[in-house]
Write a protein that binds this ligand. Structure first.
Ligand code: THU
Length: 140
């Protein structure tokens, strides 16, 4: 593992500070750790049309793919809380699990997901969060 848990969580927390969440006030940050040692972050970006909110994890994956990344996803850190304060542990929503799976399956990795809350860090593999995933391998 190239990435240190607490360092990646710190990167997610730094990203969380850039969240645009004036409607829910729930600020989320995500950090993606890649095999080459690099880190790509994202925060949630909400919309006046509430249902169009973009999650932190999805924004991070979109950023990474727009930089040309197509694999190497080793680790993910997620932090979230009301007004950016620590709270119950946040695991990626269902859509974000599927979006993360695209990048993971492209590079044939099963990234560890560190979900940081006020009392604990939950450590889960993506395959545990999204078992029997549908992905690019199904279309090959
Ligand atoms: N949110 C994320 O950014 N990631 C998740 O995994 C869960 C939810 C965002 C979406 C919305 O802006 C706010 O949190 C409240 O749902």
């Amino acid at each position: 593992m190239t990435h240190d848990r607490d360092t990646l969580i710190a990167a997610a927390k730094a990203a969380q500070a850039k969240a645009y969440a004036p409607y829910s006030n729930f600020h989320v940050g995500a950090a993606l750790g890649f095999a080459d040692g690099s880190v790509v972050t994202g925060a949630n970006a909400e919309n006046a049309s509430y249902g169009l909110a973009l999650c932190a994890e999805t924004n991070a994956v979109a950023k990474a793919m727009n930089e040309g990344r197509r694999g190497g996803l080793e680790a993910v850190a997620v932090v979230g809380g009301m007004h950016g304060n620590p709270g119950p542990t946040v695991t990626p929503c269902g859509r974000c699990r599927q979006v993360l799976n695209e990048l993971a399956q492209l590079g044939e990795t099963d990234p560890v997901i560190w979900c940081s809350g006020q009392d604990e860090v939950l450590e889960l593999k993506l395959s545990a969060l999204l078992p029997h995933a549908f992905g690019p391998a199904n279309l090959g």
